[in-house]
Design a protein around this ligand. Structure first.
Ligand code: IMP
Ligand code: MG
Length: 184
């Protein structure tokens, strides 16, 4: 039976099972790298909220959790590269090992900004974990330390990722039907 949101999905790109298996692998890698280091996981809102919840349970490390909300100013269809902080850190991060948790690394604008920002706040070390990597669209020299899946240049939704704030609660990652874009 199709749900109210599933009817807009053209195809499933990554199933719930594939995501779960890969998130466990990422969690295991993080455990090996950060055991005993009490990392601070920093989720980039809103897109990372589902991935963050699964990842921190998959790695089962002694850690702290923080969130920031960032948005880039849009000029037409592409990001201008200027990033705005909509919700900032609430605690001192001096000397901390930070693990940035992101839903998708696209142009790289968001994470290039965030890495610089965290360094100015005194972070000791910054690692980037992204569920999805879309390298074909990169304009900034940012690479992920860990990436779940490399995806083609298609707009994807689900597992936290949205189109116009919808579809974040799909349990898998899918491609939208073109008519959904055309309606907006
Ligand atoms: P960047 O700053 O261009 O790397 O953009 C990263 C942000 O753009 C992500 O955190 C997402 O919110 C958004 N984004 C980029 N590609 C997609 C996509 O295919 N689906 C949904 N959101 C996307
Ligand atoms: Mg988004």
């Amino acid at each position: 039976m199709k749900s109210e949101i599933e009817k807009d999905i053209l195809k499933v790109l990554l199933s719930e099972e594939e995501i779960k298996a890969r998130v466990q692998e990422l969690g295991d890698a993080l455990y090996d790298r950060f055991e005993g280091k009490k990392p601070l996981f920093l989720g980039v809102l809103k897109g990372s909220f589902v991935f963050m919840a699964d990842l921190v349970r998959a790695c089962a490390l002694d850690c702290d959790l923080e969130f920031m909300a960032l948005s880039s100013y849009q000029s037409g269809t592409s990001s201008s590269g200027r990033v705005q902080i909509n919700y900032d850190l609430r605690h001192d991060i001096t000397g901390r090992n930070i693990v940035i948790v992101e839903d998708i690394l696209d142009s790289g604008n968001t994470l290039a900004f965030l890495k610089d920002y965290l360094m100015t706040k005194g972070a000791k070390d910054i690692a980037i974990v992204t569920l999805l990597d879309k390298p074909s669209r990169r304009t900034k020299a940012v690479t992920a330390d860990l990436a779940g899946f490399t995806v083609p240049d298609e707009f994807v939704v689900g597992y936290g990722l949205d189109f116009a704030e919808r579809y974040r609660n799909l349990p898998y990652i899918g491609v939208l039907k073109p008519e959904v874009y055309e309606k907006v």
